[in-house]
Design a protein around this ligand. Structure first.
Ligand SMILES: [Zn+2]
Length: 212
């Protein structure tokens, strides 16, 4: 894995390569951005939405965090980073679709399942533990049926987390309004790291099916 100093070499390749090749694109982008799609993905280093969807700069508005979670609409004090990004994307950029993309081998979802960070102090796992406790409700039936270890239980947790984020997105008044009038569509997705296959959620059946 590269150090940041080694990544500066990559920057050199970008400046002499893509930056020059896509000069017109960058000229347009300096005036502003108008992506049609917002993607909420995990911070995990293996699941970069721009790479998976092979998109150019300016095409997707991205939020990445532990386990690709969207908290519910909250008016409590605090710094609501995901809510701010969502609000900006939906109300100001007027994106047409919001995609929540979970993934296989997600450490955040695994921690939600095992609760191994439960009770840790803030800064020592406590922030992660509190962040993923929004999965506690869906964890219970999964843990009861499949246990808390093994890919079967983990995969169920990873997919359930996508559904939690979609449900939480729908607690935002702006999302409710725009989904109702057809100007915004919510999508659930799941990228399986083991085989590189993207699955899309069919919300009617609740199943994730391979994207064709
Ligand atoms: Zn993850």
């Amino acid at each position: 894995m590269k150090t940041f100093d080694e990544m500066i070499d990559g920057y050199g390749r970008f400046r002499s390569g893509d930056w020059k090749r896509q000069h017109e694109r960058w000229e347009q982008l300096k005036e502003g951005q108008s992506p049609q799609v917002m993607v909420i993905a995990c911070s995990d280093s293996r699941v970069d939405p721009a790479q998976i969807f092979d998109v150019d700069p300016g095409e997707i508005f991205v939020v990445r965090n532990v386990a690709a979670l969207v908290p519910p609409f909250e008016t409590t004090p605090g710094q609501h980073g995901v809510s701010a990004a969502l609000e900006f994307a939906v109300q100001f950029l007027k994106v047409r679709e919001v995609v929540v993309m979970g993934h296989g081998m997600c450490g955040g979802c695994q921690a939600a399942l095992t609760q191994n960070l439960h009770g840790n102090r803030l800064g020592e796992g406590g922030f992660v533990a509190h962040w993923i406790d929004m999965l506690d409700d869906v964890r219970e039936p999964i843990a009861a049926e499949k246990g808390t270890v093994g890919r079967d239980a983990e995969r169920a947790m990873e997919m359930a987390a996508v559904k939690v984020s979609l449900a939480n997105l729908r607690t935002f008044p702006c999302v409710q309004e725009k989904e109702a009038n057809g100007s915004l569509r919510l999508r659930g997705a799941y990228f399986a790291i083991s085989d590189g296959v993207l699955h899309l959620l069919d919300e009617k059946s609740g199943e994730f099916l391979p994207a064709s």
